[in-house]
Write a protein that binds this ligand. Sequence first.
Ligand SMILES: [Fe+2]
Length: 470
Amino acid sequence: MIQPAQMRALVAGAFGQLATEVPESIDVPVIEGALPDTLRGVLLRNGPGRSSRGGVEYGHPFDGDGFLQRLEFRDGRARYSARFVRTREFEAEEAADRILYRGFGTNRPGGFLPNALRMRFKNAANTSVVQHAGHTLALWEGGLPHRFDPDSLETLDRFSYDGALEGTGFLQRIIGPELPFSAHPSICPETGELWNFGTAYGAPHRLLIHTVSPAGDLSTRALPMRDLPFVHDMVLTRNFVVFVLPATVFDVPATLLGLRSPVDSISMRDAPGKALLVPRDGGPPISLAVPPGFVFHWSGAWEDGDTVVLEGIEYPGFPRLESLDVVFDQPDASELLARPIRLTIDLSKRTVEHTVLADIWMELPSQVGAGAHRVMLGVGAPQSCRHPFLSAVVRIAGEGPPLMHDLAPDLPGEPVVAGDHLLVPLYRHGAAAQVVVMTVDDLAVVARIQLPHSVPLPLHGTWLAADEAA
Ligand SMILES: [Fe+2]
């Protein structure tokens, strides 16, 4: 477990540095253990790669420009490259060397006037990566995906599925010319469809549910919404797309008038949330109240007869992270600490059961298997830890106690599942980053890869097994 005294320097480094590109793929050494023969494919990750522009800090840690990392495993060797996503906003700010756009948690310098009625935000393209229908996309939840070459990491274009993600109508073109396409899509293993969503401001507000066929054709179903809840993730089951809508309130005028950034315009009422189960076949949605709480990430979900089970990581309220100093100034800010939970939705009785899976802190979860045999994986810490930076990799299997492999004083990022192994990025203070290869079964470290540079911790990534990556 990382001690508080180590934290300030660690966090400042992990989120405050400027990543350097490695545009040409290079061999990277395995400095411990050996790469398994079965590990063949490409790991693609995305995350904020720089946190300031022209000497001015962005207003939120998640506003950093998208930085892609690629790690290819073949014949017991690993090769590495890394590049920024060249969005049009990145190119413009690079040329001007100053902040030109508002962001998720950033207003332009200069106070109210430079921000009032400016609804063109920087597409940070920094949250995740998905490959589907022959396209490899860097994702950001507030705007269009960016297509890139999965081999060279070269940015190809802003990708709208042949215009399907471009807004229509006068009002839409003024206030939101691009339809949001979240950073947490799901690909159905049975149909090959990609499902995704976005929340769009308007009259009325809308929850947009996108379906992309295996051939790459996008269609959208729009559900009118009275409120504009903040939703970051969804789950896909055999019959439903499931959202859990928190009791968040978005102060639209404050953002429109430039008084506050979008994230600073979000607050949360102490009220139940709503589980919204939208039938994949187009039927009417089913809505049920769920206990108060806020979930960024679901690890997975499954159906069992008339029951739909969701598992994820729940905060007691909306975690406000205006500045990383919050975690030092408010060591008991419990809304920054989240636990693994399960929601068991009984569709015949119309009930929702809420269960805490383990008394630990967790984030960045994923799931292997489903039902009674599912394994939940993520980063975590024991509850004695009083800050949201989690130094262990965690495994929860069945109903048993969690297994934790603490990597302190290094800081692990999202473990990405690659067959029987996990690929875990490590931020190391004052040293170049590493990637550890662990077994899914017992979290043993089987190999440690040395990267050539220090980089901020990535957010989300994806594994392309050799047959998919070819
Ligand atoms: Fe996320």
